[in-house]
Design a binder for this molecule. Structure first.
Ligand code: F6P
Length: 362
């Protein structure tokens, strides 16, 4: 019996996408004879599925890619909210995806991606397709799994950035901000801030008070510390902005973008105005998604990939392959799609950070 599998990677890339696909295909290949497995890789995520752009992949394509960053089949952002909106030529994207699936007689689509990707995977499940979702993102914000692949690799890169800042900050006696990705969630900043020895950590889940941030900087200066390092999440938000409605905050962000490239520049400006201190900003940006996966991610990806292969063999679809308390589990998409995992301000990690004197500006 032939298994026909479609593979796609969607949304922002991250480390270990290739390692995860390799895990799926290698595990399937050991359970099936060579002629029993057909793998189709869709170009650039859902785009390939919509427009019928794909290529057949063989086990050779998955050899030597464990350590390779990016994705061998490409990715693109196809917003979930536009999936039901016809394209510029009037094409019904959902119908087009179903047609490609049925034309290739697929048994299952294995979909690697973040929250938006997962929502579209769930939509396809509702439309009757067999799907399996694998949780990818450096943000670690997918509800239902303790960890996403890409996250630990990104933490390592962000920590390297903070480590490098430490020596220069010490020689000049300056305030430094390292801005860390994570979209609306602070996990990446929290972990890298702690691991990098940041003095102040600002995350979206704990709105900051500028006065408290400045107090923390001044307290360090009074204690004879020559520098302060802030790890600031790209989505960090002040207490006053947190009181705004969604619409008002969106408008505020549009206004802010005219003056500052990102939140860190706004915070730096406030610090300089109030203290006269020099503030320097480092934005590692997309380097956090680049390069090879760390050892942790290689293992996680292999386990998640093998978990997906097992589910395919058992024809158990409509789920995300997750890691929960160290075990690989299948979480129904009905339970996780559309939910965001955020950092709880009461989290033990936050508590430990506060106990050692890290300020969250709250
Ligand atoms: O979701 C991953 C992520 O890197 C976020 O941390 C960040 O906000 C976003 O993607 C950046 O997206 P893009 O690559 O489209 O600029």
């Amino acid at each position: 019996m032939i298994k026909r599998i479609g593979l796609l990677t969607s949304g922002g890339d991250c480390q270990a996408l290739n390692a995860t696909m390799r895990g799926v295909v290698k595990a399937l290949a050991t359970m099936l004879n060579e002629h029993e497995l057909e793998v189709y890789g869709f170009d650039d995520g859902y785009k390939g599925l919509i427009y019928g752009k794909y290529r057949m992949l063989t086990s050779r394509d998955f050899s030597g890619i464990l350590t390779q960053g990016g994705t061998i089949i490409g990715t693109s952002r196809q917003p979930f909210k536009l999936m039901r909106v016809p394209d510029e030529n009037g094409l019904d994207k959902v119908e087009a995806m179903k047609q490609t699936y049925y034309k290739l007689c697929l048994d299952c689509l294995v979909i690697l991606g973040g929250n938006g990707t997962q929502k579209t995977a769930n939509l396809l499940r509702e439309e009757g397709l067999n799907v399996i979702h694998l949780p990818k993102t450096i943000d670690n914000d997918i509800y239902g799994t303790d960890m996403t692949f890409g996250f630990q690799s990104a933490v390592n890169i962000a920590v390297n950035a903070i480590d490098a800042i430490h020596s220069t900050a010490a020689s000049h006696g300056r305030v430094f901000i390292v801005e860390i990705m994570g979209h609306k969630v602070g996990s990446l900043t929290l972990e890298s801030g702690i691991a990098g020895g940041a003095d102040i950590i600002l995350i979206p889940e704990i709105p900051y008070d500028t006065k408290k941030v400045i107090e923390a900087i001044e307290k360090r200066a009074k204690a004879g510390k020559r520098f302060t390092i802030l790890a600031v999440a790209e989505g960090a938000i002040s207490k006053e902005d947190a009181k705004l409605s969604k619409k008002e905050y969106k408008e505020k962000l549009i206004e802010r973008a005219k003056k500052y490239p990102s939140v860190s520049y706004e915070i730096a400006d406030k610090i300089t105005k109030k203290t006269g201190q020099e503030v320097r900003i480092t934005v590692p940006g997309h380097t956090q998604r680049g390069g090879e996966p760390c050892a942790y991610d290689r293992v996680l990806s292999t386990r998640l990939g093998a978990g997906a292969a097992e589910a395919i063999m058992e024809e158990d679809y409509g789920c995300m392959i997750a890691i929960i308390n160290g075990k690989i589990k299948r979480v129904p998409l009905t339970e996780c799609a559309g939910k965001l995992k955020t950092v709880s301000p009461k989290d033990q990690t936050v508590k430990a950070a506060k106990m050692i004197g890290i300020s969250f500006g709250d």
